[in-house]
Ligand binder design. Structure first.
Ligand code: ZN
Length: 140
């Protein structure tokens, strides 16, 4: 009998630059789990999602096995609500751990006067916490 894979949700800002941080935290989570992991992410082509997808690709290339990903691209054609809907779906898939890489908001039309994290990843991390999923937050 094989152990059920350990599901790790990666959420993060599109302009998250520190690729090594993402790789380190994923490697750490994998090691801690002691079993195969599935990296659940939003398949954004930049930022934390991208770094996570590349880590999975590199792990697979080593032939060690035990690492796969489960991309959840948002249906952006359906409007701006597609991102949050996708995030809820990822959280509701019951990952064991959420890694949130949250850079400051750079939204051009954001009206909040304070410094705060990018909205999508912040909301995803908050929702994961509400659902009782262990969530680790990282900032640049
Ligand atoms: Zn903002």
């Amino acid at each position: 009998m094989t152990a059920a894979p350990y599901r790790v949700l990666v959420t993060g800002s599109r302009d998250w630059r520190d690729e090594q941080r993402v790789r380190r935290e994923l490697a750490c989570a994998w090691q801690e789990s002691g079993r195969p992991i599935v990296v659940v992410h939003g398949a954004c082509d930049t930022g934390a999602d991208r770094h996570a997808a590349l880590w999975v690709r590199d792990c697979r290339a080593t032939l060690l096995g035990g690492v796969t990903d489960e991309p959840h691209p948002a249906a952006w054609k359906q409007g701006p609500g597609a991102g949050p809907a996708r995030n809820r779906l990822m959280v509701d898939s019951r990952p064991s751990l959420c890694l949130a890489f949250i850079a400051p908001c750079t939204k051009w039309n954001c009206t909040r006067p304070d410094v705060h994290g990018s909205h999508g990843a912040s909301q995803c991390a908050a929702y994961a916490e509400v659902r009782g999923i262990t969530t680790r937050r990282f900032t640049p």
